[in-house]
Design a protein around this ligand. Structure first.
Ligand code: SAM
Length: 246
């Protein structure tokens, strides 16, 4: 998968050189490049913002540097007849990012992330880009960040770990929160007794059937307690008799 990130703070994205994403880049599983928006300006001050039409507080990102940057990272491809690259525009006014969206994006060949700052990017950039990209304004959640970079770090990590080969053991992607609509069960490691707290006996029993049931019950209980909204969204057909008893 190819990923391009455009930002006025490319250093912010340095964390993508670390850990599993950094390793995936080194191994060629992810072809990830970070671009400085200011490299696509033409004035001496490398200006990327200006005052908003209609007045109001703050500054707005100018359209031309964005068009130049987006043409540079996906120009030929976006103009060609093939699959359009996905342009993700982080925004608190976007659709909320979910694990389902991460799975969907992990199937794409090319993702481009446009990190806004100030009051955001001139709206005409998104309109213009719709002819060339599959444009998706995406929010990390219902709160406001100073810029899109933190959102991009989260999204690239969530999507990148679903690309085959990035996570060593693919089983760990199956048994985790949000993969089946539920939160994950609690996990424990050695020692079996710690500060007068014991690991649940069933996990030491070696009885795989009972362990699976215990974990499923814990998933259902935890989800009902912490995220009742997820329980309401569950497909009743996905619940067995024992689930309903929990
Ligand atoms: N004026 C904008 C609004 O109210 O919708 C907020 C601008 S915010 C200060 C600057 C930039 O941070 C946005 O353009 C976006 O790139 C990013 N950002 C802020 N909150 C975000 C969120 N919840 N999810 C994704 N990106 C966010």
């Amino acid at each position: 998968m190819r990923i391009d990130v455009v930002s006025i703070f490319p250093e912010y994205l340095a964390a993508l050189e670390l850990s599993l994403i950094g390793k995936a880049r080194a191994e060629g599983l992810l072809d990830l490049a970070v671009h400085d928006l200011r490299d696509f300006t033409t004035d001496r001050h490398r200006t990327v913002d200006d005052t908003p039409y209609g007045g109001g507080a703050g500054m707005v990102m100018k359209p031309e540097p964005w068009a130049q940057a987006l043409e540079a990272v996906a120009g030929d491809e976006a103009a060609g007849g093939g699959a359009r690259p996905v342009l993700i525009v982080p925004s608190p006014a976007g659709a909320v990012f979910t694990q389902a969206m991460a799975y969907e994006l992990a199937e794409e060949k090319h993702l481009v992330f446009a990190c806004g700052r100030y009051e955001g990017i001139d709206e005409r950039v998104l309109e213009w880009a719709r002819d060339r990209f599959d444009v998706r304004p995406v929010s990390l959640g219902d709160y406001v960040l100073n810029g899109g970079e933190v959102a991009v770090l989260a999204m690239v990590e969530a999507v990148g770990r679903l690309v085959p080969g990035v996570v060593g053991n693919p089983e760990s992607l199956v048994e985790e929160s949000h993969s089946d609509g539920l939160l994950e069960y609690p996990v424990y490691t050695k020692p079996s007794a710690w500060r007068e707290r014991a690991v649940p006996d069933i996990l030491l029993s070696g009885n795989h059937g009972k362990i699976a049931r215990f974990r499923r019950d814990e998933q259902l209980r935890r989800t009902a307690a912490r995220r009742p909204d997820l329980i309401e969204k569950l497909d009743p057909a996905s619940l067995d008799k024992a689930d309903r008893a929990t």
